[in-house]
Design a protein around this ligand. Sequence first.
Ligand code: SAH
Length: 341
Amino acid sequence: MKSIYSETFSNLEQYFIDHGDKKFRAVQVFQWLYQKRVSSFREMSNLKKEVIELLEQDYMFTKLEILEVQRDRDVNKYLFRLPDKEHIEAVLMFHDYGNSVCISTQVGCNMGCKFCESGRRKKVRSLEVYEMVQQVLAIEEDIDKRISHVVLMGIGEPFDNYDNVVDFISIINHPHGIALGSRHITVSTCGIIPKIKEFSELPYQVNLAISLHAPNDLLRNQIMPINRAYPLTELMPVIRDYIRKTNRRVTFEYILLKDVNDSVACAKELATLLRGMNCYVNLIPYNETNHIEFKRSSQETILKFYDILKKEKISVTIRREFGRKISAACGQLRSEKEESI
Ligand code: SAH
């Protein structure tokens, strides 16, 4: 049976029409789910008994179990247990502009980026829509505050779970749903070209971030195997098209890895690659993990890299760090947990 939290607003409207009812019922159901946050159909007191019985027949109410929360001053890290006993994680960050949450889209990941903890475990499955929606709901319940920003940068590759990710976005963005503005939602991808093209056709004004991490194919092939399928030489024109079509600024994420991609030459090559594009670069200090041989670039190297991009007139920021103490790099909490069980 389908979880009611997997259903998009327009599908729910269609469902009611198909059952000879008014599509306005979808508004009522969404309001109960996402504004009043009830936990059973019985509580939907403005629905007739027959409607409630119909819904009970076709949908289930689900809840995501929080297995563990690590709390720090400006960050909470959540470990969830899914119905099939798999684990995923989400990270909540308290900013001065609001509360942003980084959610997972898959159990494991098949992209195999060499520096990334999540990819150490191959994809087991993609998350259902409700498993993404309920990461947001569970965290809002835990902190008793609203989340203002959602980034799809946790475990998994969102564009390897494209249809569910798009439904998830439509639910959290819907005015009767969680009602998060599309500009407050960011999808991050390692560069799945066909899906970037599809994504540019959608009506949402969602932000797109590309995990770049190298300024040329030779280097990117070494650290991101996906680059062999979708090399930079093909990816960059597709991103230019995306920008033209959507008129939106794209973010490039660039993790600085000591002696791998952090040289002056890399910075200059990156500037050349991005010149003239409506984009900005987010430099990410690498979160070292126990298992992976990559090292974080020194602060001096990071600043030098930043300065070169600035001088080359590329918009650039250095990512503020949250939760180094509490293993907040994606995939870390889960892999610690699974190794200790
Ligand atoms: N698969 C998607 C989204 C998940 S990864 C993507 O590739 O974009 C989210 C971001 O975290 C990516 O830019 C990824 O490269 C980065 N990341 C992975 N491991 C990291 C680590 N140990 N330290 C810092 N950033 C990391």
